[in-house]
Design a protein around this ligand. Sequence first.
Ligand SMILES: Nc1ncnc2c1ncn2[C@@H]1O[C@H](COP(=O)(O)OP(=O)(O)OP(=O)(O)O)[C@@H](O)[C@H]1O
Ligand SMILES: Cc1ncc(CO)c(N)n1
Length: 304
Amino acid sequence: MQRSSGTVAGERDRSLSQPDSLGPGIPVALTIAGSDSGGGAGIQADLKTFQELAVFGTSALTAVTAQNTKGVHGVHPIPAESVTGQIDAVAEDLFPAAVKTGMLFSAEIIEAVAERAAHYGWQNLVVDPVMIAKGGARLLQTEAIQALTARLLPLASVVTPNIPEAEALTGRTIATMSERKEAARHIHSWGVRHVVLKGGHAGNTAQAIDLLYDGSGFTEFAAPWVDTRHTHGTGCTFAAALTAGLARGMRLDEALLLAKRFIQSALTDPLEIGSGHGPTNHWGYNRTYGDLYRIIPSKEAVIL
Ligand SMILES: Nc1ncnc2c1ncn2[C@@H]1O[C@H](COP(=O)(O)OP(=O)(O)OP(=O)(O)O)[C@@H](O)[C@H]1O
Ligand SMILES: Cc1ncc(CO)c(N)n1
């Protein structure tokens, strides 16, 4: 993996150091997201990713979806008071070092999450602005987009839109790299500290290029395009790996490199389950880069 361009294959991951211990002191992350009964996206993808990256995963459920690799068959939101209650239960006892949001569904839930984010002063808040599932089902009500940009983004350290989400947020069409950059600047103007505009929907491309904008400059994170239909949950998995890296104390650029490696491994080592868009392989990273728990003898050692 390189910034600007390059390949992931065969490289050792030098960005992730061993946690001091898997007992006291293990980093905790919180995901505030919807349930995907099919296990490839949503809360399930987030918790699997946290676990693979030696971060203790906790969750606040925003909605229950009846979903599999063929599509979303039902969406049942959780009352906003219950979302707040779940967040408080986790925050007051387990002190998450990083927090991720995924499917938030309604303006009411977004308001509740933003209010708690401000209350706890979360410094590592990753907002994945989930809007529409790959099959077309709405996971965020259209009228909630305004609450997302006005209430949640000013509190976030990073937001990770895909191209259609960036188009919906900004009202711009994005076809070229310079239009991606304009959209990232526009999103950054709402107060979020970093924008990562993902390239998974770019189409007709040799590389999947994710663009980071930090308010002053752009960095590209690129990996070879993987020709596969098993892409269900790529966005959730990518943002969860980024959150896990931040929970582990990485800088944002280090955590992004980790996330890019994690999703690349998850795409190139397919599970081939389900008859539609199958899930990515959350074991892929550790199968590619080694076993987090056995290989590293001390915290000074560099992992994998
Ligand atoms: N076919 C692919 N080959 C390589 N990388 C990919 C591919 N598809 C997606 N990615 C990478 O996966 C990550 C997620 O990007 P993507 O744009 O697919 O998110 P998403 O649309 O939000 O995902 P989803 O809605 O399915 O959860 C990014 O790092 C992107 O570059
Ligand atoms: C619950 C849930 N969250 C996010 C996504 C986006 O992939 C999905 N399909 N389902």
